[in-house]
Design a protein around this ligand. Sequence first.
Ligand SMILES: CC(C)(COP(=O)(O)OP(=O)(O)OC[C@H]1O[C@@H](n2cnc3c(N)ncnc32)[C@H](O)[C@@H]1OP(=O)(O)O)[C@@H](O)C(=O)NCCC(=O)NCCS
Length: 151
Amino acid sequence: MSDVMIRPALTTDIEQMFALEQSATSHPWTRSTFESCFGERYFNFVLLEGQQLLGFYIGNFVAGEASLFDICVAPKAQGRGFGRQLLNHFISEAENKGAFDCWLEVRESNLHAIQLYQSAGFHQTAKRANYYPTATGHEDAILMGLPLRFG
Ligand SMILES: CC(C)(COP(=O)(O)OP(=O)(O)OC[C@H]1O[C@@H](n2cnc3c(N)ncnc32)[C@H](O)[C@@H]1OP(=O)(O)O)[C@@H](O)C(=O)NCCC(=O)NCCS
């Protein structure tokens, strides 16, 4: 039986979060970006199966708006529903904080992530042209929002 839990991320998890993201994305964050994302405005959680850290998200909460800065599942653990569990966790934490909306940005080519966000109720609100670097140039960022309640 699998033993999966989601708990708050600690600064001692940064090394594993960094390594996990390196293995899962084409343009990973630097260590110092991870380090800068811990503090009172952040709500960051990791997903563990047994002792193994298999996923995480970085959430930011400012002035009634919750932003998903990063979400990542280890390649070997993708497709098992962990991304959805982490996203649902982010949304309920945002609700608990009294957020009016959730926001995120995603590469236009990241169809799996976009499908996941849409199925959780996010919709496209804007596009930033040529926002992200790629191996051969640039690609657009899709901005997505999820209204939680009216102010
Ligand atoms: C995006 C990501 C977090 C999804 O995590 P995951 O654990 O694989 O996702 P889940 O197993 O929970 O799947 C949730 C939904 O995502 C979509 N999805 C995930 N993998 C998919 C695949 N191989 N093909 C099509 N859709 C897929 C589906 O809509 C799926 O819903 P379903 O199970 O009802 O079909 C993961 O692929 C990842 O870490 N990618 C690299 C980092 C990244 O791109 N993060 C997003 C930055 S904006």
